[in-house]
Design a protein around this ligand. Structure first.
Ligand code: HEC
Length: 484
C-alpha cells in the first residue's frame, strides 16, 4: 500500500510540474515564433526529426532529453504517436531556441555540447560525442537552421572559397571547401608540389614543382595540368602580381633568383638576381614590390615590380623565413613581419625607413613541443595578416599553437591549440605547423599541420578549433582562392 501511494504521488507531482512548465514555455514559444528570427518551420521539418532518429552507435537525444530536469528539454510523445504535435513542436522549438545564438552555430550550446571535443565541442556531454565532426549531416542541418536566423547569409563569403594545400611529400594538392570544411577536390600528378597561387579570375592554379623544376599551370575546375613552364633551377614558393600578369617564383638554388613568368605567353621572361637562394617570395599589398627572403644569406630583398630590379635589402642575424605584410590606409606597405630561424617569434620591419624596429617573442606557455620533432631550429613558421588587416596570426612549433595579435598595436589576444601526434611509446608531440591562410571575411583561419596530415580550421573570434581536416602526407603551403 505504502509503495503504491508513493509511486502515485510521484506521478502526479511529475505531471503537474510538467504541465506548468509546458504552459509557460508554450506561451513564450508563441511569442518567439512571431518575433524571433529562428524559423519554426525549418526547425519542425529539418531539425526536430534529428532528436527522434536512431543515429548509429548512439542513443537517441529523445531517450535522455525528455527528462524534466534537462535544460535542453524535449516533450514526451503522446501515447501511440511517433511524432510530435504542432503544439509539442512549439515547446521543443522554444527549448532548443534558448540554447542557440542566432546566426552563430559555433557559439550555440545545442551544437557544441553534443559535439566531439576533438572537433571543437565541449569537453564532456553525458550523452556522448553525438556528432563526431562538424561535417556530420545532422550537425550541419542544425547549423543551417541557426545560421539562417542571422538575417544576412554570413556564410556567403566563406562558402565561396577554397583552401588549397600542397602535399610536400607526395604528388597531391587537397582543395578544401570552406563551407563544409571537407576536401572537395584532389589535384593529382604534380610530384613535390611547393608553392600555390591563383590567377585573379580563379580559372588557373599555379604550382611550383620541385621534382621537375617547372611551374605547373593547372586548370582550376578540371585539375588538369595545362602547361609546364621550365624554371631557371629548383623552385620554392611563388607569388602572383596583383594584376595577375606575372607569376614570381623563388629559386631555391644558389646564387638566388626570382623567376618571372608572363601569364599571357606562359614563358619565363626574366630571372631577377637577389641576395641569396630564395625561400619565399611575396607581393606587397599595393602590388608595387615583391620581397624575397633568403635562409642562407639572412637577407630580405625588395624588388621594384615596375622595372623588375632589386631596390633595397635588409640583413638579419638569423635566416629569413615566412613574412606577412601590413598596409597603410592608402594601401602602401607599412610594416613587414618576418620570422627568423632559431627565434620563437618575429621581427618587425618598418618599410619606409627600411629598418627593423622591434622583435616580438612569442609567450613561453604553452610550450614543450618541437624537440622530439627535431624542429627547434624553426620554432616559429607561418605568419599571416587577416584580410581585414585587424589581426596578425603567428604559428609556433614550440607551443604547438597559433597566436593571435591585434593590429596595429601588436597586443597578444590569445592562441588556438593545434592537434597532437601520438607516437607509439612516446609522449604526445606537436603537429609542426607550417603556413596560414584565411577566409575573405577574416572569420576563419586555416593552418597546415605538417606532422599531422591535417589542416586546422579555427574560428578567428572565439579561437576555437572548428574542424581538423585530414589531408595529404606533409601539408605545407596553403592558400585561399576567393571565388566570386
Ligand atoms: C545518454 C543520454 C543522453 C543522450 C542520448 C543525449 N544527451 Fe544531451 N545531455 C545529457 C545529459 C545528462 C546532459 C546534462 C549535462 C551533461 O552531463 O552533459 C545533457 C546535456 C545536453 C545539452 C546541454 C543542455 C542541457 O540540457 O544540459 C545539450 C545541448 C544536449 N545535451 C544536446 C543533445 C543532443 C542534440 C543529443 C542528440 C543528438 C543529445 N544531447 C543526446 C544526456 C544525453
Amino acid at each position: 500500500m505504502g509503495s503504491r501511494m508513493g509511486r502515485w504521488f510521484i506521478l502526479v507531482a511529475g505531471s503537474l510540474t510538467c504541465l506548468d512548465a509546458a504552459q509557460a514555455t508554450a506561451n513564450s514559444a508563441l511569442g518567439s515564433t512571431q518575433a524571433g528570427p529562428l524559423s519554426f518551420e525549418f526547425f519542425k521539418i529539418r531539425v526536430q526529426p534529428i532528436f527522434l532518429k536512431e543515429r548509429q552507435g548512439h542513443a537517441r537525444c529523445y531517450g535522455c532529453h525528455t527528462l524534466e530536469n534537462r535544460i535542453f528539454h524535449l516533450e514526451p510523445l503522446s501515447s501511440g504517436q511517433s511524432d510530435w504535435s504542432e503544439e509539442q513542436s512549439k515547446i521543443n522549438f522554444e527549448s532548443a531556441s534558448h540554447l542557440v545564438v542566432p546566426g552563430d552555430p559555433n557559439s550555440s550550446k545545442l551544437l557544441i555540447h553534443p559535439l566531439a571535443p576533438e572537433a571543437g565541442g565541449d569537453p564532456f556531454h553525458s550523452g556522448g560525442r553525438q556528432f563526431e565532426s562538424q561535417d556530420d549531416p545532422d550537425w550541419l542541418a542544425i547549423a543551417e537552421w541557426i545560421r539562417k536566423a542571422s538575417g544576412e547569409n554570413r556564410e556567403s563569403s566563406r562558402s565561396a572559397a577554397r583552401v588549397y594545400v600542397t602535399n610536400s611529400a607526395g604528388s597531391t594538392i587537397d582543395v578544401i571547401d570552406t563551407a563544409t570544411n571537407q576536401v572537395a577536390q584532389v589535384i593529382h600528378g604534380i610530384e613535390l608540389p611547393h608553392g600555390i597561387a591563383f590567377s585573379p579570375d580563379g580559372t588557373r592554379v599555379y604550382v611550383s614543382n620541385e621534382s621537375e623544376s617547372v611551374l605547373d599551370v593547372v586548370d582550376r575546375k578540371s585539375g588538369e595540368v595545362l602547361k609546364k613552364i621550365p624554371l631557371s633551377a629548383r623552385p620554392n614558393n611563388i607569388a602572383v602580381t596583383k594584376d595577375g600578369g606575372r607569376v614570381l617564383v623563388g629559386i631555391r638554388t644558389s646564387p638566388g633568383f626570382v623567376d618571372v613568368i608572363d601569364t599571357t605567353t606562359l614563358v619565363r621572361t626574366k630571372s631577377i638576381p637577389v641576395s641569396g637562394s630564395v625561400h619565399n617570395v611575396f607581393v606587397t599589398p599595393d602590388g608595387k614590390y615583391a620581397v624575397s627572403g633568403s635562409i642562407e644569406n639572412k637577407t630580405a630583398t625588395v624588388i621594384d615590380l615596375e622595372d623588375e630590379q632589386a631596390v633595397w635589402e635588409i640583413k638579419f642575424d638569423r635566416s629569413v623565413r615566412p613574412m606577412a605584410f601590413e598596409a597603410n590606409t592608402d594601401g602602401s606597405t607599412r610594416r613587414i613581419f618576418i620570422q627568423l630561424s632559431n627565434f620563437n617569434g618575429f621581427a618587425v620591419v618598418d618599410f619606409a625607413t627600411r629598418a627593423e624596429v622591434a622583435r616580438i617573442k612569442l609567450p613561453d606557455h604553452p610550450g614543450g613541443f618541437g624537440t622530439a620533432e627535431g624542429r627547434t631550429g624553426t620554432p616559429s613558421h607561418g605568419i599571416g595578416v587577416a584580410p581585414d588587416g585587424k589581426s596578425l596570426w603567428v604559428n609556433s612549433t614550440l607551443a604547438n599553437a597559433v597566436f593571435k595579435y591585434s593590429l596595429p598595436d601588436l597586443t597578444l589576444l590569445g592562441y588556438a591549440a593545434l592537434p597532437e601526434v601520438h607516437p607509439l611509446g612516446h609522449a604526445p608531440t606537436g603537429s609542426v605547423p607550417e603556413w596560414i591562410t584565411f577566409t575573405a571575411d577574416s572569420r576563419r583561419v586555416y593552418v597546415s599541420n605538417s606532422a599531422d596530415r591535417s589542416v586546422s580550421a579555427i574560428d578567428a573570434e572565439s579561437l576555437k578549433v572548428v574542424a581538423v581536416i585530414p589531408v595529404g602526407e606533409v601539408p605545407k603551403r596553403i592558400n585561399t582562392l576567393f571565388l566570386h
